[in-house]
Design a protein around this ligand. Structure first.
Ligand SMILES: Cc1ccc2c(c1)c1c3c(c(C)cc1n2CCCN)C(=O)NC3=O
Length: 277
């Protein structure tokens, strides 16, 4: 169960502009009255009735809170400050980072230099390593869930653990569906998921950072899924003309259909394209 704060959220925080929204969550900037510190308040709508399709079931919210509390303080993972329940929502008070999404940073630049891309991936891998050491898979890794600490600095934080799961050997997880472009073949085929499912997404993110193109994106979601299960992608577009063979080798050792053959997070951190020169 979640240990909520007793006092109402609104009595302890001033709430400001909305900074993001998702299917069942809205994120707003807020300030803690006592400390004047700024945070991100993530309002997660609670599912009232089990058969309803609106809102998030309490056990799923409890999972996200447990994951955040387990991961605790890591320089590449957003930290959880407090949790409230105001009846309709569970409110997660999360560390606020100012730089916004890595995604915006790329789209401004179209694509990044290999040094920049390698540095971002190194940090994302540090955060994923902390998760995998705790047997937690993110299962929704994508550039929108990677935030920059500040615009010009390269320090990143992983956010949004709404789909992440503790992959114990007890229960098999098959029912996760992240964002089509980034999901691994085992997700499309509803096969058991594993930590290597995140490593596939690492390959997709690296491909996008270096080329500005998305490797499996089709005109429809079904076409995207077909491209993924066929592992149908190429480097021979003009986007990759200047990219090193080392970078392509890194990506091709992650975008493998057999999850057991993909680089683990430790092997990725030791790959010459990532390991600090
Ligand atoms: C400066 C800025 C801009 C947009 C932000 C955030 C911060 C942000 C944050 C968080 C979440 C869950 C979503 C957020 N969003 C929404 C977009 C995330 N895909 C969060 O936990 N801390 C943030 O700073």
């Amino acid at each position: 169960g979640i240990d909520y704060s007793i006092q109402p959220f609104e009595s302890l925080y001033e709430v400001y502009e909305e900074i993001g929204s998702g299917q069942f969550a809205v994120v707003r900037r807020c300030i803690e009255k006592s400390s004047r510190a700024e945070y991100a308040a993530k309002y997660i709508r609670k599912r009232r009735v089990a058969t309803s399709r609106r809102g998030v079931p309490l056990e799923a919210i409890a999972r996200e809170v447990h994951v955040l509390q387990t991961l605790d303080k890591h320089q590449n993972i957003i930290s959880l400050h407090q949790v409230f329940d105001n009846g309709q929502h569970v409110i997660l008070v999360l560390e606020l980072v100012r730089g916004g999404e890595l995604f915006e940073h790329i789209s401004e630049r179209e694509r990044l230099s290999e040094e920049e891309a390698s540095s971002f991936m190194h940090q994302i891998l540090q955060g994923v390593k902390h998760m995998h050491f705790n047997s937690i898979a993110h299962l929704d890794l994508k550039p929108e869930n990677v935030l920059l600490l500040s615009k010009n600095r390269q320090h990143i934080k992983l956010i949004d653990f709404g789909l992440s799961r503790m992959l114990t050997h007890a229960e098999e997880v098959r029912d996760i569906m992240g964002t089509a472009e980034f999901v691994a073949p085992e997700i499309v085929n509803y096969e058991p998921l594993c930590l290597a499912t995140d490593m596939w997404a690492i390959g997709v993110i690296t491909y996008i950072l270096l080329s500005g193109a998305s490797p499996f994106l089709g005109d429809t979601q079904q076409e995207t899924y077909n491209n993924i299960t066929a592992v149908d992608y190429t480097f021979d577009t003009e986007d990759f003309s200047g990219t090193s063979d080392l970078a392509k080798d890194f990506i091709s050792q992650l975008l493998l259909k057999d999850a057991r053959k993909r680089l683990t997070v430790e092997q990725s951190l030791a790959h010459p394209w990532i390991a600090p020169q």
